[in-house]
Design a protein around this ligand. Structure first.
Ligand code: ADP
Ligand code: MG
Length: 376
């Protein structure tokens, strides 16, 4: 097991009850609104705060267990922590900041591995600078480098991109993707951005008001409209795996293959056969009873209604299984068939007389594509 947490903690009026077990390495998003306890939880994992009771395990090491009085000190926990603000030492050079934690580390990385990290993060030209001469994105890269040079068992990232603008985010995101794909380092990534979750995460833990509500694969979790932090945002939707198949002759669009279904997206470059990930928000999916013709949306997919739920007041959440040939066994959400999620008004639901197992068309207004998982 990569990480197991079951803790109870109380600070003044705030109570945190967190329980999750993530088996795979990869990136686990810790997702929840502001004030839900995300920073408190990763501070506890890092050893910066002690929980009232419970246990925490990383890889096969128990780092905290209240009953057995196990409480490893911070430096023995082998966690790399990147704070929301980079927190570099202002009076030290980038070089000294980078090697600060690594120096007294008994699990030191070999010299060539250290150099590879400096290289991968493009830090070589910055080594002699002071932090006040760095941009926000550069500071975060130094903070990430410092955490990695300590050779951690797990990386904790507390909203590492929230202080950056869109361009600087795009500059840093590939490094996280590289860590996930090449270094197999488990990463717990705190965020309240669904876009970051959809792009990066393999697994997801949802936290709200001091309680972890659910955890599991990002494909499964993002489709759940019953979890308040997701439902509240109107951002829940579907994450699907797809592959670049071909392009139109003019190179204006790319055609993706998603479980046999063709999806059209803005041109992604000459990257046939690359795997990509699609994020389709529930609010960007419309439902039509007949295949619409004169419509600007490029993606009209035959689907079968697998589930209709209506917990959210005047809206309906409709699960749509790919294909018109789906029988009842396929319509179970666990069948492995891609399922889209649509959020429509209750009024449109009754106007269209939507019902279970009905064959309809999903009209997709917008698809966000992330990946291809690129090589740096
Ligand atoms: P998040 O990172 O999800 O925004 P935090 O973990 O920072 O949430 O905070 C969770 C809750 O704990 C908040 O209500 C916050 O006000 C409270 N809190 C955090 N640290 C302290 C502290 N040292 N003393 C009192 N309350 C705190
Ligand atoms: Mg926080």
């Amino acid at each position: 097991m990569s990480i197991g947490v079951n803790i109870h903690h109380k600070i003044k009026k705030f109570t945190l009850d967190a329980e999750f077990h993530i088996q795979d390495p990869g990136i686990t998003a810790l997702f929840g609104p502001s004030g839900s306890g995300k920073t408190t939880l990763i501070n506890i994992i890092a050893g910066l705060e002690n929980p009232t009771r419970g246990h925490i395990q990383i890889k096969d090491h128990v780092i905290f267990e209240h009953n057995r009085r196990i409480n490893l000190p911070i430096r023995k926990r082998r966690v790399g922590y990147v704070f929301q603000d980079a927190r570099l030492f202002p009076h030290k050079s980038v070089r000294d900041n980078l090697y600060f934690g690594a120096r007294r580390n008994s699990h030191k990385l070999a010299r060539d591995e250290q150099d590879a990290i400096i290289e991968m993060l493009g830090l070589a030209p910055l080594l002699d600078r002071r932090p006040n001469k760095l941009s926000g994105g550069e500071k975060q890269r130094v903070a990430l480098g410092r955490a990695l040079l300590a050779n951690p068992d797990i990386l904790l990232l507390d909203e590492p991109l929230s202080a950056l603008d869109h361009a600087r985010k795009e500059e840093i995101l590939p490094y996280f993707e590289w860590l996930r794909d090449h270094r197999k380092l488990p990463i717990l990534y705190v965020t309240h951005s669904i876009d970051e979750v959809a792009r990066l995460a393999d697994n997801m833990v949802v936290i709200d008001n001091g309680k972890t509500l659910a955890s599991g694969s990002v494909f499964e979790m993002l489709g759940r409209s019953d979890l308040p932090p997701l439902a509240g945002q109107f951002d829940a939707g579907t994450v699907l795996a797809a592959r670049i198949a071909s392009r139109d002759p003019k190179g204006e669009v790319s055609f993706l293959d998603c479980a046999g279904q063709r999806i059209v997206v803005p041109y992604l470059g000459h990257r046939a056969n690359k795997d990509v990930r699609l994020h389709i928000r529930a609010r960007d999916v419309m439902i039509s009873r007949t295949p619409p013709n004169d419509i600007s949306a490029n993606n009209i997919i035959p689907v079968t209604i697998a589930k209709i739920s209506s917990e959210q007041g005047d809206t309906l959440d409709v699960s749509l299984c790919f294909g018109h040939d789906a029988d009842a066994s396929f319509l179970a959400e666990t069948s492995g068939r891609p399922t889209l999620h649509a959020r429509i008004t209750r009024w449109s639901g009754s106007r269209l007389k939507l019902g279970l197992h009905q064959k309809v068309y999903a009209v997709i207004k917008s698809v966000t594509v992330s990946g291809p998982r690129r090589e740096l």
